[in-house]
Design a protein. Structure first.
Length: 345
């Protein structure tokens, strides 16, 4: 079975301590639900822009944001499809696992959805590579390393997945598991194309499963995109003879630390003053309530009819949900008579 090779350095340990501390602060901070939804949406858009940009996608952050809102942008069909694919994957990241277990079929599905209608050959989508490829720096064209031969890919992946779901993995800090998985995925290089995006999405999925994604507020892709040379150098730092990934994990945990500290600062800025927090505590939303807020974020408003269609429920049931959201001070009513609709307060 696959077994990662690394050692705990002062850098890794200190990073994990700061990460864990920041996570607790974020989880215990008071946030108005609409801010929570906004932070989550912003993180998904930034992650999509960064992860596709690393692979050469030309769309700007603003253009990605417009695509996410259903607006038109001037770009090639492939560039737009790459962005839409990654947005969709991040928005539904929970579906690529079952009860906390990631199976081979989930990995293949993840890649298929990320690369849908963007590869040179459709048969490459969600299929292990059958040719030799190399890992290179798209900026400098430098070859970082040659992955294992295509014949070894299926068995290497089976061993990795076995470890990922084993007790040995469960005992490790979630951030380390995400970092180890990211590197091993890139090293094996399962697919002809789309390995980087899939590896980064897999790291996000692992943090989600291990309940360490902090309400989906923080992303790593931004960190990689800002310093692409450092990202490639960190991948290249691993000796292919020993496969000691200590240096890579120092880089990876540093990235998580920087990313989560940014979120902590943002959350603390948005947090309500202490007295209000003591009186009300955090407002917990149901899945339905969260989906309604996300709908309003995307479309600007929502009607009772939209809610009925969304959940296949009756008009009285929809009005019951609306009433609760109004009581929480999250939405307010606009319009009159048959044109009543609701917006975020």
């Amino acid at each position: 079975m696959f077994k990662p090779i690394f050692r705990y350095t002062d850098s890794i340990v200190n990073n994990l301590i700061e990460i864990t501390s920041a996570r607790e602060i974020i989880l215990n901070a008071y946030l108005v639900p609409k801010w929570e939804v906004s932070l989550r949406r912003e993180a998904i858009i930034r992650a999509t822009h960064a992860s596709t940009a690393i692979e050469g996608n030309p769309l700007t952050l603003e253009e990605v944001s417009r695509l996410a809102r259903g607006r038109k942008v001037t770009a090639t069909r492939r560039a737009k499809q790459e962005v839409l694919n990654y947005l969709n994957v991040l928005e539904h990241i929970e579906k690529y696992q079952h009860k906390g277990i990631i199976e081979e079929k989930h990995i293949l599905s993840l890649h298929r959805d990320i690369t849908r209608e963007t590869l040179g050959k459709p048969e490459w989508e969600g299929e292990y590579r059958k040719i030799q490829v190399y890992v290179g720096n798209r900026l400098t064209k430098e070859v970082i390393f040659m992955p294992p031969s295509q014949e070894k890919v299926p068995s290497l992946m089976k061993n990795f997945i076995k470890w990922l779901n084993a007790e040995a993995s469960l005992k490790l800090h979630p951030v380390l598991v995400a970092g180890i998985s990211h590197y091993e995925f890139v090293r094996i290089h399962l697919f002809v194309d789309g390995n980087g995006r899939t590896a980064r999405a897999l790291a996000t999925l692992i943090l989600y499963i291990r309940e360490f994604d902090i309400k989906r507020f923080f992303i790593l892709d931004d960190y990689y995109d800002m310093e692409r040379i450092a990202y490639y150098n960190a991948l290249k730092s691993v000796d292919q003879n020993t496969l000691d990934i200590t240096k890579w994990l120092e880089y990876f945990t540093e990235g998580v630390k920087i990313s989560i500290l940014r979120v902590k600062e943002r959350v603390l800025q948005l947090s309500i003053e202490g007295k209000k927090r003591e009186k009300k505590g955090q407002i917990a939303l149901t899945d339905r309530q969260m989906k309604i807020i996300e709908f309003i974020q995307r479309n600007g408003k929502i009607s009772s009819g939209d809610i009925q269609k969304m959940f296949n429920i009756s008009r009285p049931a929809a009005y019951k949900i609306i009433k609760k959201l109004k009581e929480l001070g999250i939405i307010e009513q606009k319009g009159k008579g048959k044109v009543i609709y609701y917006v975020l307060e």
